[in-house]
Design a protein around this ligand. Structure first.
Ligand code: HEC
Ligand code: HEC
Length: 203
């Protein structure tokens, strides 16, 4: 189980953890010098920042953080990987923390892909619906919801655009009814408008 590679990572982790302990500034540097991943943590939504802090402290206990920040997975793939790590005997990551960490990893993954695709797609030239789809992915909505069968199919959002108005959707997302199991999502106005444009397009 503890192969050499993992052992090496465990040794590396000690110095990384020390580095990350001080990483409350806006931009965090993760990794060894030739292997740097730069995270603009200050620009993230609040709950994603929270997920980052949990990720930095909980996921660095056994190995380097860098592979997690370079790999690309679907939202469900990340949820699975975090559950797998959560299950490892000595890890003490509760379900709420696992959820926040998953949302952070999905957010970073999506933004990295978006940045890589920027030059090809002409950057911000997309429609509000397209931007909203990205927001949907980056906020980890698909860890609980599916669209067209992709994501968590226990709460599909297909057809939501014919059921709700823009105002009702904004309310459902940012301050859902207290009896609902939908968490209140802290989505800034601009992202929220795109997100709602996307949801309204799901007829
Ligand atoms: C209890 C120790 C432990 C903790 C805590 C832990 N991991 Fe791991 N992780 C491992 C071990 C051991 C491996 C290598 C063996 C394997 O993949 O099953 C691994 C492998 C991985 C891999 C695959 C690495 C690769 O090179 O492909 C990823 C990604 C990963 N962990 C992410 C995470 C994330 C994210 C967290 C925090 C939620 C986390 N780990 C917390 C022990 C841990
Ligand atoms: C932790 C899981 C979870 C996350 C994350 C989540 N939701 Fe939900 N959401 C739910 C559940 C469960 C419901 C059903 C609520 C109920 O009726 O009890 C719901 C309901 C909704 C509804 C109303 C659906 C309907 O048919 O009336 C919308 C719209 C919605 N969510 C959008 C979103 C968006 C957009 C995001 C991301 C910003 C998101 N949700 C993130 C769990 C989640």
């Amino acid at each position: 189980m503890m192969n050499q590679n993992v052992l090496w990572r465990v040794l590396l982790t000690a110095s990384l953890s020390a580095l990350l302990a001080g990483a409350t500034s806006a931009v965090a540097q993760v990794g060894t010098h030739e292997d740097n991943v730069k995270l603009d943590v200050g620009s993230y939504p609040v709950d994603i920042q929270h997920g980052y802090k949990l990720f930095a402290s909980k996921c660095s206990e056994c190995h380097s953080l860098t592979p997690s920040l370079k790999q690309s997975r679907s939202a469900e793939g990340w949820a699975q990987e975090v559950r797998r790590m959560q299950a490892m005997a000595s890890s003490h990551i509760n379900d709420r923390e696992a959820h926040l960490i998953t949302n952070f990893l999905v957010y970073v993954d999506v933004h990295r892909s978006a940045a890589a695709g920027d030059t090809a797609s002409g950057g911000a030239g997309g429609s509000p619906e397209q931007a909203g789809k990205q927001t949907f992915d980056s906020y980890g909505c698909s860890s609980c919801h599916s669209v067209g069968g992709a994501g968590n199919t226990s709460a599909p959002l297909d057809g939501i655009g014919s059921k709700e108005t823009a105002d009702a959707l904004k309310k459902l997302i940012t301050s859902p009814p207290s009896e609902s199991s939908m968490p209140a999502m802290d989505v800034p106005a601009k992202d929220l408008n795109n997100l709602v444009a996307y949801l309204l397009s799901l007829k």
